[in-house]
Design a protein around this ligand. Structure first.
Ligand code: FAD
Length: 276
């Protein structure tokens, strides 16, 4: 860091540095220590590695739904995930960060310079939650989204979301659906899976799913649900809307490749849009 300051070089931890940057590879910093309700996590640990370590103690902390993301990236990006309605963003759970400042000093406190480790608060969470996915034809999307919005206002353990996607060639997807645009709904319930199943019921009764893969499953499996389907370098734009109008839904349907993720919140919906 001192060398970079002296030579006015930009320091990056990115896996794709720009020409002229001084790139620091932190991927070997993987230490994770759980102590009571906190975890000390080195900056190169991935979210999947942290989840495995915390779940071994029946604990977890909110992070992105992207198992390859690093904890430092998630803290700085204020990542949100399945546990956010209950416990906030990753940044909300930061106790402190250990960083190397621009002048090369090792400092502890708010993130600055290069983060080498973070201490995060942990929360009790059983090994099994309710999750998985339901697929609907586009004509049934308004009904399914209406139910999803209602469920989100019922309790903070429910962290469901929906996504307009292209149906993947999976064993559980009927052949005539593969490659067609569908609405995927993830009825995520971060608590007792039996209660989670009762939350998911209106999604089966008030709208008719074409594919039903919603089920009790390990939290770590729920966390990596999207890994196979979404490129890890996907760049998303995020916006907030107060209501899903028919015009907006037509806009979401109106493309063959874009991924549009709709997350219900207290005042409407957060929309993430990116090219698949
Ligand atoms: C498929 C996919 C799904 C996603 N799902 C979610 C989701 O559900 N919720 C959500 O909130 N986000 C989500 N994201 C966004 C994701 O949280 C961010 O892309 C996340 O920050 C990625 O972490 P990373 O380790 O790859 O960070 P990077 O992209 O490497 O870094 C992010 C930022 O942090 C900086 N940084 C990284 N490490 C350090 C360090 N050690 N010291 C100082 N600065 C550092 C980088 O310079 C950069 O500015 C998703 C992204 C993808 C591609």
């Amino acid at each position: 860091m001192r060398f970079a300051s002296r030579h006015r070089l930009r320091v990056t931890t990115s896996r794709r540095p720009n020409p002229g940057d001084l790139a620091l590879d932190l991927t070997a910093l993987k230490g994770i220590t759980i102590s009571g309700y906190t975890a000390e996590v080195q900056a190169g640990a991935t979210w999947a590695e942290l989840d495995a370590a915390t779940q071994a103690h029946g604990l977890a902390t909110p992070g992105p739904r992207l198992s390859r993301a690093t904890v430092a990236g998630a803290v700085l990006g204020r990542a949100q995930g399945w546990l956010t309605p209950l416990h906030g963003t990753t940044a909300d759970n930061l106790v402190h960060a250990e960083c190397i400042a621009a002048d090369g000093r090792l400092v502890t406190g708010e993130p600055q310079g290069v983060i080498t480790s973070v201490r995060l608060k942990l929360h009790p969470l059983g090994h099994k939650v309710y999750g998985g996915v339901l697929l609907y034809r586009l004509a049934d999307a308004p009904a399914a989204l209406g139910v999803l919005g209602e469920l989100a206002s019922r309790g903070r353990e429910f962290a469901g979301l929906a996504a307009y996607v292209t149906a993947p060639p999976e064993r559980f997807v009927p052949g005539d659906l593969v490659g067609r645009r569908v609405l995927a709904v993830v009825p995520a319930f971060m608590g007792d899976p039996v209660i989670g199943a009762s939350y998911a019921r209106p999604l089966r009764v008030k709208a008719r799913p074409l594919v039903d893969q919603a089920r009790p499953l390990p939290y770590v499996e729920q966390q990596s649900l999207f890994d196979r389907y979404v490129p890890h370098d996907l760049r998303c734009g995020t916006s907030e809307v107060s209501a899903l109008t028919p015009e907006l839904l037509r806009h979401f349907e109106d493309t063959s490749t874009a991924l549009r993720v709709l997350v219900p919140n207290r005042s409407g919906w957060t929309v993430h849009e990116g090219e698949q």
